[in-house]
Design a protein around this ligand. Structure first.
Ligand code: GLA
Length: 729
């Protein structure tokens, strides 16, 4: 049983295969967080809490004369705000009498034999093979009729626990939520470090590791996307935790808009980790009978370092978040014309690129930006989703059919959430854009953002998307989003609803995606936001792959894909071979290396293959053969980071579940005088099986390979790469 409740109905244990999460509703109804870590038995651990009279940490009325009982010191599940816990709470409420206080106490619980779904937002779902379970804890605000429902989902075999909060107003007067986070994780004891994934456009998700101390560590986004700059996923680990050793906890928010994640030690050395929707520019008004749901946060614990933690996230996201046909079905090798032509294309150019691509074994042509409206550069046309037949020399249907006749699939690019001021749509509906009346808007890429909270806007977009897709043979859509939000003002959600627009915007995006996929369930959707600006768990619910970065430089990609891999599966990372010198960095790398790096992702090309040498064209064939040969390893196998991008060489490995085959990719990251040998480690093999290694033809047991490693028989040049296999014999 994954959920165990103590006899008094106040102790709750959530048991996964290797972890336990424990809560206890104390005598005052405060829901204490008593344990999260390696699996333990069904004992109450609330006696780990040491209560003391702490100066300047006051006592709630019900403690009467007990000065050792303070909300400011107790580890809690839904910390209060405004009533004596000074560490930052989860929920802030503004009541109609003008008071600001939120103090929730335990009322009861319920268990469901399946995993809950957050209304209107992506969340982990049950499958035929595995269902989750749900514990719902009911809490009531002490002095009002506001209820909180704490949802806990348990995927026992996956070592995953999820949390989400629902707030309902059962009172007559409206209340305003000015903060509503998805979860709090309190640690009473121990030293921890926080790992975050900061970056920037074209350099997403590097890795930063900081000791959690009394100075608050905080990351987040107020850009209306999960952002290039930070990612809504963090790891808390004990100092010294490595890939294979040490304790670590992951927290991954299933949300694609403004978020906050923070960790801080309190005065007594206890650590509080908070995660959820960013409270800046947020408020949500709840009239009588109305409810607010937070996004889900996915928690996972590993006492065997980061490799196991990542694997747990990869599996849960692949199996319980990604949906649709292409979640399991092999994805086609694509060629995207963006870096090949940018806006400068016509039918002849596209067909020439497609013909060459198809001869080399590429399975899909993706027509990127510029096929619609008036769009020969990025200053106009967004919103006018009508095919520019003049530019294409015919209809999209004709073009699609010609591509299909070459034996290839056909895909196109959209950026539905945007509007150019120079567009017919803007001229007709200026109020559809987010901009503050009387204030010049901020322009980014010279475009504005559509008010996705509006139903009429979504209806227009769905009609346009449907019309285009229903009238041309389209197999794939790249769904882009190319600026951060600001100038938040909706003509629909005004006045006291003004603070809801950011959240309603993303709910609108989810709604449109949901309806679009219901209409075209077999479409392969690739998410994108200027590359990896919206690379988050929620987007994986709609698109099993996301363009990982606008930076296609193979060497920069090492760190981008490395950082991304801590939470997100390799199968989700769009990765393409592009031209050299690279368009973003000017760096020259080997064609082979570009292929090897892109193979560890959802693979494709982003260049005109008519313009490469014959030798390189032959390499394309080889790379595509490798893609097919290793697909089940790269897309279904277990992933191991062996050496990071900052080291002399970067290396990673895939092993299939049966431990019959392993594939290692190794890329030299620097040039060396008097070079040292390349000795690499090997992981994940079966110690008892014998394996032959492609690099030297030697056969050893898995045990020997994993302990002795492999020394390459030759020196690799700067940026040179090699694929090495181990096959059971
Ligand atoms: C974004 C995407 C690119 C490309 C361009 C088109 O930057 O990330 O891949 O689609 O838009 O304008």
């Amino acid at each position: 049983m994954a959920i165990w409740t103590g006899e008094d109905g106040r102790l709750f244990l959530l048991q996964t295969k290797d972890s336990t999460y424990q809560m206890y509703a104390d005598r005052h109804g405060v829901l204490l967080h008593t344990y999260y870590g390696k699996r333990i038995g069904e004992e109450n651990l609330s006696d780990l809490i040491f209560q003391a009279d702490v100066g300047f940490s006051g006592n709630p009325a019900e403690a009467v004369m007990d000065r050792t009982y303070s909300l400011d010191c107790l580890p809690q599940e839904l910390p209060s705000s405004g009533v004596g816990d000074y560490r930052g709470g989860c929920v802030e409420l503004l009541h109609s009498d003008g008071s600001m206080a939120a103090d929730f106490r335990f009322e009861g619980y319920e268990i469901l034999p399946y995993s809950y779904q957050v209304p209107g937002m992506p969340s982990l779902f049950d499958t035929n093979e595995e269902t989750g379970q749900t514990l719902i804890i009911r809490m009531k605000e002490r002095a009002s009729e506001v209820r909180a429902y704490l949802y806990y989902g348990i995927f026992e075999e996956k070592n995953v626990i999820t949390k989400a909060v629902r707030i309902e107003n059962h009172g007559k007067s409206p209340v305003v939520l000015s903060k509503c986070l998805s979860g709090c994780l309190d640690f009473q004891y121990g030293e921890y470090e926080l790992i975050t994934f900061p970056g920037r456009h074209a350099m997403e998700r590097s890795l930063e590791r900081n000791k959690v101390g009394r100075t608050k560590l905080e990351v987040g986004s107020i850009r209306g996307t999960s952002s290039h700059q930070y990612n809504p996923a963090v790891i808390l680990c004990t100092p010294g935790t490595t890939e294979d050793h040490g304790e670590c906890y992951g927290e991954c928010l299933v949300y694609s808009s403004n978020f906050i994640a923070s960790a801080q030690k309190d005065q007594r050395g206890q650590i509080r980790v908070l995660m959820g929707i960013h409270p800046e520019q947020f408020s949500f008004c709840l009239n009588e009978g109305e409810a607010f749901d937070t996004p889900q946060v996915i928690l996972s614990y590993s006492d065997e370092g980061f490799t196991k933690l990542s694997r747990q996230y990869h599996r849960i996201l692949k199996e319980h978040m990604c949906r649709g046909k292409y979640c399991r079905q092999k994805r086609p090798v694509l060629l995207n014309n963006w870096e090949a032509t940018y806006f400068d294309f016509n039918e002849e150019k596209l067909l020439k690129i497609a013909r060459q691509a198809s001869e080399l074994g590429i399975e899909m042509l993706v027509l990127d930006d510029g096929w619609f409206g008036k769009r020969d550069d990025d200053n106009s046309g967004l919103g006018d989703w009508y095919v520019n037949e003049k530019k294409l020399g015919g209809s999209l249907k004709q073009l699609g059919e010609k591509i299909h006749a070459m034996g290839m699939c056909f895909g196109i690019w959209f950026e539905p959430e945007m509007i150019s001021e120079d567009s017919d749509l803007y001229r007709q509906h200026p109020d559809w854009a987010l901009r503050i009346p009387g204030r010049e808007p901020n322009r980014a890429r010279n475009q504005l953002v559509l008010d996705m909270s509006r139903e009429d806007v979504r209806e227009y977009l769905l009609e346009r998307l449907t019309d285009i897709l229903a009238n041309a043979p389209i197999d794939y859509v790249k769904w882009d989003m190319n600026r951060s939000l600001c100038d938040i003002y909706s003509h629909v959600y005004t006045g006291k609803r003004r603070g809801e627009v950011y959240h309603r915007f993303i709910l609108g995006v989810y709604d449109l995606l949901e309806k679009f996929l219901a209409r075209f369930p077999d479409i392969l959707l690739e998410g994108c936001s200027g590359g990896g600006g919206r690379f988050d768990a929620a987007m994986l619910y709609y698109s099993p792959q996301i363009w990982c970065s606008d930076n296609t430089d193979a060497v920069n990609r090492l760190s981008i894909q490395y950082g991304t891999s801590f939470f997100y599966p390799v199968s989700a990372m769009g990765a393409h071979v592009s031209a050299t010198p690279n368009h973003q960095t000017g760096r020259e790398t080997f064609f082979r290396t570009r292929g090897h790096v892109a193979l560890s992702g959802s693979f494709g090309y982003e260049l005109d293959l008519n313009k490469v040498t014959k030798e390189e064209q032959d390499l394309v064939k080889e790379q595509i053969a490798d893609f097919h040969r290793y697909y089940s390893l790269t897309h279904e196998g277990d992933y191991y980071r062996l050496a990071g991008p900052e080291e002399r060489f970067c290396a990673w490995e895939f092993v299939d579940r049966e431990k019959e085959h392993a594939l290692q990719t190794l890329v030299m990251t620097s040039a060396e005088g008097n070079p040292l040998p390349v000795h690499t480690i090997v992981k994940g093999l079966d110690p008892e099986k014998n394996y032959i290694c492609s690099a030297n033809g030697k056969i050893h047991s898995g045990r020997t390979w994993m302990n002795g490693g492999l020394t390459l028989g030759r020196i690799l040049r700067e940026y040179e790469s090699i694929l090495i296999t181990w096959d059971a014999v």
